[in-house]
Design a protein around this ligand. Structure first.
Ligand code: NAD
Length: 503
C-alpha cells in the first residue's frame, strides 16, 4: 500500500500540503513518500493567531461538551486505526504491531480525556474567617504549543491534544520534520471529527481549534517565542529542550519538557530470569532502540550475569530484523543514516573503553538508503562517558554489581532520569528501589521493563529528561490555570491573620 492509497483510505486530501521544501522519506527503504511545502515563521504566526481566536470561544464551552468532541475524535481514530497505523510504519519505520499500538494509545487518551472532562475538580478549603468560603477553580489556559519527535509521531500529540481540548485549550502542533505525513493525517482526521461534531452541535467548536505547522526548528521557534502561547509541551532531545526552555523562560511561559532518557534496569540475584530475558529484549530492541524509554543500561548481579548474558545474546541474535510491514519482524529500521552513524560511533567508543561488543552491525535488506542493524549488547568494565550518554539506537550496555547499594548508585549516576526497573523477588530491594532513596526517575517499575507505559499514569522524568509530566493522573493541571476564590457571605469584613485596619 503506497502513501496515496493510505491517504485515500483515510479520506484525506494531501494535495493542499504538497510543495518542494521538505521531503518525507520512509526509513523502510529510503524512498521518497512525498514532497511538501513548509510554513514560514509568518505563516506559523497566522496559525497561532487563528488558534488564539478559537481559544476566546472554546474556553466558554462547558467542559463535558468539549469532551464530546474528543469522544467523536476517538471514534474517528477507531475507524481509521489500521490505515493510520500503517502510515506510522511507513514513515517512522515502526513494526506493524507498534504502529497500531501508537494509534491505540491515541484512542486510550481520548477515552481518558472524555472522562476527565467531567472531573476537572477544584478543592474547597476551610477559611479561617467566619462567614467565608474558599475554593479553587480551574480555567482554560490558552493556546498549547506541541513540539514532537519522530519516534512517537502521533501518540505524543494526542497525549497533549486530547487533554488540552477538554481543558479548553486550542493546540498548535509542530511535528518532527522527519514525520510530517502522519501529522497531516492526524490533523485531517481531527477536522473530520470537528465536522461530525458540528452536525450535532452547530457553531460550538471553532474552526481554528487545531493547527498544524510543518517545518524545522525555525517554525518551532515561532511557537516558543509567541506571547499568545502560554504553554509549550516539547518532546525531543535534551539539546532541543534546553533551547526551548531558554526561550520560554525569557517570557516566563510554561513548559512541559519530555526529553532524552538513559534508562537502567537492576537484575538482582532473586530475579526470575525467564521474565528478565523477555522484558530486556522488548525494552532494548523494540522500536529499534528508538524509544525515550528504551532500556540502555543493564546492571546485573555478579552471581547471575554469566547465566543471563548468553541467553540475552541468543535472543538479540535471533530477533528478526527487517521490513517493518512484515508480520514476523521485531526490529525495523533506524530512522536515518545519522542514527546509524551515531550508533557506530558509540560502539567504537565503547570498544576503546574496554567494552566487549556483540552485534551492532548493519543488516543488508537490499535498500542502500535504509539503515537496519543487529541490536548490540556491550559488556562494559565500568559506566564510562559513552554509557552516560543517550545513543538513540539499540545498544544495551551491561554492567556488573556486587552490593545492592552499589547497583543503585550506578543506576542513578547518569544525567537523565526517565524510566527505570528492577527485577527482584526480594521485597526489601523492590521497596528500596521505589523509595525516596531509590531510583531517581519519573517511572520506577518492579518486574516490568522500562518501556511501554500505559496512559493512565503521569508520564515523564527528572534531571535532564526535563521534569515534565503528561498523559494520565493529574497531568491535566498543566493545561489549566488555577484561581483561588474567597467568598464573604457575612456582614463583617474580617482580615486574615487577625490584622486590624479600621477606617
Ligand atoms: P529532536 O530534538 O531532534 O527534535 C524534536 C523536535 O524538536 C522536532 O520537531 C524539531 O524540529 C524540534 N526542534 C528542534 N530544535 C528546536 C528549537 N530550538 N526550537 C523549537 N523546536 C525545535 O529529537 P528527535 O531526534 O526527533 O527525537 C529523539 C529524542 O526525543 C530522543 O532524545 C528521545 O529520548 C526524545 N524523546 C523523549 C520522549 C519523552 O517523553 N521523554 C519521547 C520521545 C522522544
Amino acid at each position: 500500500m503506497v502513501v496515496n492509497d493510505i491517504f485515500a483510505a483515510l479520506n484525506v486530501d494531501l494535495s493542499a500540503w504538497k510543495g518542494d521544501a521538505l521531503t518525507a522519506r520512509s526509513p523502510r527503504d529510503g524512498a521518497t513518500l512525498a514532497t511538501l511545502a513548509v510554513d514560514s515563521a509568518a505563516g506559523a504566526e497566522r496559525k497561532i493567531d487563528a488558534a488564539h481566536a478559537a481559544f476566546l470561544k472554546w474556553r466558554t464551552v462547558p467542559a463535558p461538551l468539549r469532551g464530546e468532541l474528543v469522544r467523536v475524535f476517538g471514534n474517528v481514530l477507531r475507524e481509521n486505526k489500521d490505515a493510520l497505523g500503517r502510515l506510522v510504519t511507513l514513515e517512522a519505520g515502526k513494526i506493524r504491531s507498534e504502529g497500531l499500538g501508537e494509534v491505540q494509545e491515541m484512542i486510550d487518551i481520548c477515552d481518558f480525556a472524555v472522562g476527565l472532562s467531567r472531573q476537572l475538580y477544584g478543592l474547597t478549603i476551610a477559611s479561617e474567617r467566619p462567614g467565608h468560603r474558599m475554593m479553587e477553580t480551574w480555567h482554560p489556559l490558552g493556546v498549547c504549543g506541541v513540539i514532537s519527535a519522530f519516534n512517537f509521531p502521533v501518540a505524543v500529540w494526542a497525549w497533549n491534544a486530547a487533554l488540552a481540548f477538554v481543558c479548553g485549550d486550542p493546540v498548535v502542533w509542530k511535528p518532527s520534520e522527519k514525520t510530517p505525513l502522519t501529522a497531516i493525517a492526524c490533523q485531517a482526521l481531527f477536522e473530520q471529527a470537528l465536522r461530525r461534531f458540528d452536525e450535532a452541535h452547530p457553531g460550538v467548536a471553532p474552526a481554528g481549534l487545531s493547527q498544524l505547522i510543518i517545518g524545522g526548528r525555525d517554525v518551532g521557534e515561532a511557537l516558543t517565542r509567541s506571547h499568545k502561547v502560554p504553554l509549550v509541551s516539547a518532546t525531543g532531545s535534551v539539546r532541543m529542550g534546553i533551547e526551548v526552555a531558554q526561550t520560554l523562560s525569557k517570557r516566563l511561559a510554561r513548559s512541559i519538557l519530555e526529553l532524552g532518557g538513559n534508562n537502567g534496569m537492576i537484575v538482582a540475584p532473586s530475579a526470575d530470569l525467564d521474565l528478565v530475558v523477555r522484558a530486556v529484549t522488548f525494552a532494548s530492541v523494540g522500536t529499534a532502540g528508538q524509544r525515550c524509554t528504551t532500556l540502555r543500561r543493564l546492571i546485573v548481579h555478579r552471581s547471575v550475569v554469566d547465566q543471563l548474558l548468553p541467553r540475552l545474546e541468543k535472543a538479540f541474535a535471533s530477533v528478526k530484523v527487517g521490513d517493518p510491514l512484515e508480520g514476523d519482524t521485531l526490529v525495523g529500521p533506524l530512522i536515518d543514516r545519522g542514527s546509524f552513524d551515531a550508533m557506530q560511533t558509540a560502539l567504537a567508543e565503547a570498544r576503546k573503553d574496554g567494552g566487549q561488543v556483540t552485534g551492532g552491525e548493519r543488516v543488508d535488506v537490499g535498500h542502500d538508503g535504509a539503515y537496519y542493524v543487529r541490536p548490540a549488547i556491550v559488556r562494559m568494565p565500568a559506566q564510562t562517558a559513552v554509557v552516560e550518554r543517550e545513543t538513540f539506537a539499540p545498544i544495551l550496555y551491561v554492567l556488573v554489581y556486587d552490593e545492592f547499594e552499589q547497583a543503585l548508585a550506578v543506576h542513578n549516576a547518569v544525567p537523565q532520569g526517565l524510566s527505570s526497573a528492577i527485577f527482584t523477588n526480594d521485597m526489601r530491594e523492590a521497596e528500596q528501589f521505589m523509595s525516596a532513596a531509590g531510583s531517581d526517575c519519573g517511572i520506577v517499575n518492579v518486574n516490568i521493563g522500562t518501556s511501554g507505559a500505559e496512559i493512565g499514569g503521569a508520564f515523564g522524568g527528572e534531571k535532564e529528561t526535563g521534569g515534565g509530566r503528561e498523559s494520565g493522573s493529574d497531568s491535566w493541571k498543566n493545561y489549566m490555570r488555577r484561581a483561588t476564590n474567597t467568598i464573604n457571605y457575612s456582614r463583617e469584613l474580617p482580615l486574615a491573620q487577625g490584622v486590624k485596619f479600621d477606617v
